[in-house]
Write a protein that binds this ligand. Structure first.
Ligand SMILES: [Zn+2]
Length: 301
């Protein structure tokens, strides 16, 4: 190897630094993800089904154990990766709807429920996407595959979705690449810049899915949203609907900040949202760009 080619090797610093920045559950989830993929890749067509069933049982058990150890990761908390990592397959019907939801998300980047709602409202693009997902599903079900490949690198999307809220969002681009080098089984080189873009894309997809879901819920049922660091937001609306705001608190306790439609954010003195950096903390907790954006999550225009 010449000196030239050596100098082209990217310097990513301490290779394991990313491990200390992520939630410990993520390390276990990623290990499970990698080992499962390796087992399936090695499986002969005859063994594939049995191995997949064994893995499903193993993952289900690991999920229960993780939830016991990290109760903050219960579904409904901001980190849904544990649920996503091992959706329950309780019955054949669950398997069918779970597979359909997964196919829809991979194919269109939209939750199935939201896509169907758009189709029902007469949106042609949604209608075409529903047709496509239905076609994929039919082919898989009746062994008429393979289906067309998904856009981008699905392995990268999956890892990013599993870990985004478990610390991948806090890594530098180089650390992100180190993480993928260790756990991704796609066999390709991991470019820090490409992964950074992929992370931004997944973040945006999550935000859109979240907003779409909120929009589908009547406002009186939109009780609260969980942000990071135990920060919660809920909508307030007076009976006459004249007064509307979003109140933000720590674990649903006394409100520390109120956010109004025009973007005014009123923070309680000496609260965590008071003073310099307070607004950033608020926006970061919910992954929004502005106070107006937070308001619109509860009161879509
Ligand atoms: Zn990869």
């Amino acid at each position: 190897m010449s000196c030239d080619s050596l100098s082209n090797v990217p310097n990513r610093g301490e290779p394991k630094s990313w491990r200390t920045k992520v939630h410990p559950a993520l390390l276990e989830v990623l290990q499970l993800y990698r080992d499962s993929n390796k087992t399936l890749l090695k499986s002969s067509p005859a063994d594939f089904k049995l191995n997949a069933e064994k893995l499903r049982a193993h993952i289900s058990q690991a999920r229960e154990e993780l939830l016991k150890r990290y109760p903050e990761l219960q579904p409904g908390s901001p980190s849904k990766h544990v649920t996503a990592a091992s959706a329950r397959f309780l019955s054949e019907r669950d398997t069918v709807s779970g597979s359909l939801e997964w196919l829809c998300w991979r194919r269109t980047g939209q939750p199935l429920e939201a896509l169907l709602a758009e189709e029902n409202a007469g949106n042609l693009k949604a209608h075409e996407n529903v047709r496509r997902v239905r076609d994929d599903f039919w082919r898989v079900l009746h062994g008429q595959g393979p289906i067309l490949p998904f856009k981008g690198n699905p392995a990268h999307s999956e890892i990013m979705e599993l870990g985004l809220n478990l610390g991948l969002n806090a890594l530098t681009d180089e650390e992100l690449a180190d993480c993928f080098d260790e756990f991704c089984t796609c066999g390709k080189a991991h470019d820090a810049d490409a992964l950074k873009k992929q992370r931004a894309h997944v973040h945006k997809q999550f935000q859109m899915a979240h907003d779409q879901k909120l929009r589908a819920i009547p406002s009186r049922h939109r009780f609260h949203a969980h942000g990071t660091h135990g920060i919660e937001a809920r909508a307030f609306q007076s009976a006459s609907r004249e007064i509307r705001y979003v109140e933000v608190s720590q674990h649903g306790k006394q409100p520390e900040c109120l956010v109004y439609r025009d973007g005014t954010a009123v923070a309680v003195e000496n609260s965590q949202f008071w003073g310099p950096g307070g607004l950033d903390r608020l926006l970061e907790a919910f992954g929004v760009e502005s106070p107006e954006h937070l308001f619109s999550m509860f009161f879509p225009a």
